[in-house]
Design a protein around this ligand. Structure first.
Ligand code: SF4
Length: 301
């Protein structure tokens, strides 16, 4: 048997601990596009081997955390299932810390880039988890998310969340709408986001109707383009942070050295034209000299 088949057989196995996901609304569903969630439960999704391997990174991150917690002798439950007492809403918690005076939930995420702030879908998932925990245990519940980037080893903890009845109520409504749509077999609403590029139901999504357009054989190039754009954002943010950190270090001295490198804080000036003030004072001149030129620009969505 080819290694590719061996891998595909293994990675395609259903996650038994999650049960039949078409029979409930899960915590990870409530923060996602309703159309995607409903279709993922009614139309079986298939993934290529590369995607399946990428998905495994989530398990690797969970394994690392599980081993670290066990090594430190911390009492925790892995993949605890919590359910709504009346509705088909279920959450599987990555790590739960059950104590007599309260409960803590930790959600682990594997990411390609560590975001500055947690994504809204992560937050919704965590609040839904904490709400279901509160219903089941009736103890103060708090939560955190740890995001790990396996290539660089970077990680970030987003902490300090507590059960919020108002947010939970809103999420219950969302879950209810998803469930009702699923039962009625009707079309769910769409919610466009940066995750659309990974969506399996994009080809016939009303948000991305491409009817009548020529289909170019450059899908891989588009994926590369979007990935490099993401990296560009990250590099710019890193560069800016490093520059600021270095400026803070040099600030007390004005000039310093770091090994063979010289660091100097200098003053630079920039002359700018106050277009707003000029337009207000000389509107006629602005009209006279205003020039509009057009250029082509690529929009990818
Ligand atoms: S492409 Fe985007 S908007 Fe359309 S179903 Fe998928 S996630 Fe929702």
């Amino acid at each position: 048997m080819k290694l590719e088949s061996i891998l595909a057989n293994y990675l395609n196995q259903p996650k038994l601990e999650l049960g039949d996901r078409s029979r409930y609304v899960g915590a990870s569903d409530v923060g996602q596009c309703p159309r995607k969630v409903v279709l993922s439960k009614t139309v079986p999704e298939t993934y290529d081997i590369n995607t399946l391997i990428r998905f495994e990174r989530g398990n690797v991150v969970e394994n690392i955390i599980e081993k670290a917690l066990t090594h430190s002798g911390i009492d925790f439950v892995s993949q605890l299932e919590v359910m709504h007492p009346e509705k088909p809403f279920t959450a599987h918690l990555d790590f739960t810390f059950l104590r007599d005076n309260g409960i803590a939930v930790l959600e682990a995420k594997s990411v390609s880039n560590i975001p500055e702030d947690p994504y809204p879908s992560w937050i919704a998932q965590l609040y839904f988890q904490m709400g279901l925990v509160d219903l089941q245990y009736n103890l103060p519940t708090r939560g955190a998310i740890v995001a790990v980037e396996l290539n660089s080893g970077e990680f970030k903890v987003f902490n300090g969340y507590t059960h919020n009845p108002t947010l939970f109520k809103g999420l219950l409504e969302r879950a209810g709408n998803i469930w009702d749509t699923l039962q009625a077999g009707t079309s769910a609403t769409t919610e466009k986001s940066h995750l659309c590029i990974y969506c399996q139901h994009r080809s016939d999504c009303p948000e991305f109707s491409t009817e009548g357009l020529p289909d170019l054989p450059v899908a891989d190039m588009v994926m590369d383009y979007l990935s490099v754009k993401e990296q560009e954002k990250k590099v710019k943010a890193e560069l800016s942070k490093l520059r600021k950190d270095l400026e803070v270090m040099v600030q007390p001295y004005g000039q310093a050295r770091a090994g063979d490198y010289s660091l100097k804080l200098g003053l630079s000036s920039r002359t700018s034209f106050d277009t707003k003030a000029f337009s207000e004072e000389h509107p006629d001149l602005v009209q006279q000299y205003m020039k509009t030129s057009s250029f082509s620009r690529l929009y990818v969505s």
